[in-house]
Design a protein. Structure first.
Length: 254
């Protein structure tokens, strides 16, 4: 049997203290070593392209992707006169929107002010797309859904994989079923409803499990036969259901 030795580069290793206490950082400063090399503490770290700070917030990440997407909207403006509406829309989807949606379910707990910043970038791009073109369009271009709409549909699809399909690597997100209660005209229940995690922290209430658990309970009460649907069908059904709701979607916190 051949043994393999894995080596790590200290200069590529990140260290961060997760705490809101100002004294937490100085307490461990200089004490963390990797291969004999002391690791400097950072205010935020990047994991698979997503930045998170020591308070587990995504403010710096949103600022970074907003800046990148904004620069690409400016580039789209420079070439917009050479493209028809369909071409501009395709370029926006392929080169700009992906920055606004990358790993969105991980940072969906960010404050509403940050998501509004991303929404403003999409509106800027769509104003360029909707600008009048000299040639007539052969057929109308389908309007885009809001970024929140797309995040909510993606979240419901993922939650379906967790709760119904039982995907193994997502087992940590699984929520216990809600104890059956009587439905009323204002509070609907279903056999697929889950217990919503209790928390007084507004940031935690906006996280994936907190927000999507509440949305899932409303969704499953309105849409029957969830257990019989595959991923493609649940995506179509979730999209139609979300289109019937206002944007932004207000979810009552129990």
């Amino acid at each position: 049997m051949t043994s393999l030795m894995v080596t790590f580069a200290p200069e590529k290793t990140q260290a961060m203290v997760v705490s809101r206490s100002p004294a937490a950082g100085p307490e461990v400063e200089g004490k963390l070593r990797f291969g004999g090399v002391p690791l400097p503490l950072q205010e935020d770290v990047k994991v698979l392209g997503v930045e998170v700070d020591r308070e587990l917030r995504f403010d710096s990440h949103i600022k970074h992707i907003a800046k990148k997407a904004s620069h690409r909207v400016s580039a789209l403006r420079r070439v917009a006169s050479f493209l028809d509406m369909g071409g501009k829309l395709l370029l926006y989807k392929a080169q700009i929107r992906l920055y606004l949606e990358y790993a969105a379910l991980s940072w969906m707990s960010c404050a509403a002010s940050h998501t509004r910043r991303l929404n403003s970038i999409q509106r800027r791009a769509l104003r360029l797309v909707d600008a009048a073109d000299p040639p007539a369009q052969p057929e109308p271009v389908r309007p885009l859904n809001s970024l929140e709409h797309r995040r909510d549909v993606a979240a419901l699809v993922v939650f379906h994989k967790v709760q119904v399909q039982g995907v193994p690597h997502m087992a940590g997100l699984r929520q216990p079923p809600r104890i059956a209660t009587r439905s009323t005209r204002t509070v609907l229940t279903s056999g697929d409803a889950v217990e919503v995690p209790r928390s007084r922290a507004s940031q935690h209430q906006r996280t994936f499990v907190g927000r999507v658990s509440r949305m899932w309970n409303i969704f499953t009460a309105a849409v029957p036969h969830i257990q019989e649907m595959n991923t493609q069908i649940i995506k179509l059904v979730a999209n139609r259901w979300r289109q019937s709701k206002p944007t932004p979607l207000t979810l009552v916190i129990p």
